[in-house]
Structures are given as C-alpha cells and as structure tokens.
Write a new protein. Structure first.
Length: 212
C-alpha cells in the first residue's frame, strides 16, 4: 500500500468526521509520510508502520465520540476501486493482529505514556492553562473598565471622575491588546494539544497493529 492508497482509504473511513477535523487528521498523516520519506523509507514501509487505515480511522472516530454510520453501495465506488483490485493483499497483509501480544504492548505503551504525561507534561500544561486563564481574565476586566468610568461620570461628575474615566480608556486599550495577543495563542495551544493527543493515540495504537 503506497501513500496515495493509504490516504484515500483513511479519508473514506473518516467520512463521518467533520470536514475540519478530517483535514487536521489527514494533514498529520501526510506529515508522517513526509518525515518517513525524508528518513529514506519507502511509502509502503511507512504505510505498514502506520497500520491499517480502517483501524486508525475507527480509533480516531472513537476518540472524537463519533459513531460510524452504515455505508451504502456507493462507498466502494470511485477511488475505492483501487483497493478492491487486490483484496487478498489488503486483508492478509494489513489485517490487525488483535492478540494478547499486541494488547500487552499497547498496555505497556499506554502505561508508559501515562507516567510520562503525569511527570513531564501535566505541570507545564496546567501552568500554560493558568497563564491563559489569568490573561483572559485581566484582558476582559480591563476591556470592561470604561463602563465603570461612565457610571462614575453619570453618578458623581467631577475632575477626579473625569481623570479616572481617562484611565479606564487606557486600561481598555491594554485589555483589547491582550485579547488580540491571547486569541491566536489560545488557538495555537489548542491545536498543539490536539496534535499531542493524536500523537499519543498513534503511539499506543498505530505502531502495534501490524508488526510481524
């Protein structure tokens, strides 16, 4: 199975996923192929190491909480014909080995990743989450301060109240700047966490299905 066949089968198997999520997953596996080719591996070798696209898609759908829908006859048309031309190779060479050995390896990998995440990943992630939360709290608070300044001007107009209102405008500008900076950083952090979760799933499930 080469890269094209692998990606087509994976895409078809992920058709129940939303378009954005499916594109994210597909880009991750394109990156796997690019990295493998850069290391001198063949497309067939990379596809074998990644595992059965159907099984990968099944696990990804489960992670997203998506229940696969029954596929109609049209599911085997178009690009899918390329895979049906040699069904014996597909079924025999890429059939998942659901045996005790593979389950044991998955358990070992999962346990190792769990301890790694608890020791090295959890603290930095919680720290970043805390910084982002504090940043958003400050940004929103600063942005809403002019409302308090307007209230003071209406209820107790004075030179001091006018000065305080001017300060709230300055703080509002700072708050809007923090929002402008915080939004892309929050999106980036969310994407990185999503990729890291998918990588964890790949490490546990993607490399043990088809070992000889």
């Amino acid at each position: 199975m080469n890269k094209e066949h692998f990606m087509i089968e994976l895409k078809l198997s992920l058709r129940d996923l939303s378009e954005n999520d499916r594109q994210d997953v597909m880009s991750d596996y394109v990156e796997h192929f690019e990295n493998g080719l850069a290391q001198g591996k063949s497309e067939e070798q990379i596809a074998k190491e990644l595992g059965n696209p159907k099984q990968i898609a099944k696990e990804i759908l489960a992670m997203y909480g998506v229940e696969p829908k029954a596929k109609g006859p049209e599911f085997s048309q178009g690009d899918w014909v390329a895979f049906e031309a040699n069904p014996a190779y597909q079924e025999n060479h890429y059939l998942p080995k659901e045996n005790h050995d593979s389950l044991f390896k998955r358990l070992i990998k999962g346990t190792g990743l769990l301890f790694f995440n608890l020791i090295f990943v959890l603290a930095p992630v919680l720290t970043i989450l805390g910084i982002l939360f504090a940043g958003w709290l400050v940004a929103i608070t600063f942005s809403l301060l002019p409302l308090a300044g307007i209230y003071m001007l209406i209820t107790a107009f004075s030179t001091i109240a006018l000065f305080q209102f001017a300060l709230t405008i300055v703080f509002c500008g700072v708050g809007l700047l923090l929002i402008a900076l915080g939004y892309p950083l929050t999106i980036l952090f969310a994407k990185l966490m999503k990729r890291y979760v998918l990588w964890n799933i790949y490490v546990v499930f993607g490399g043990t299905n088809h070992e000889n």
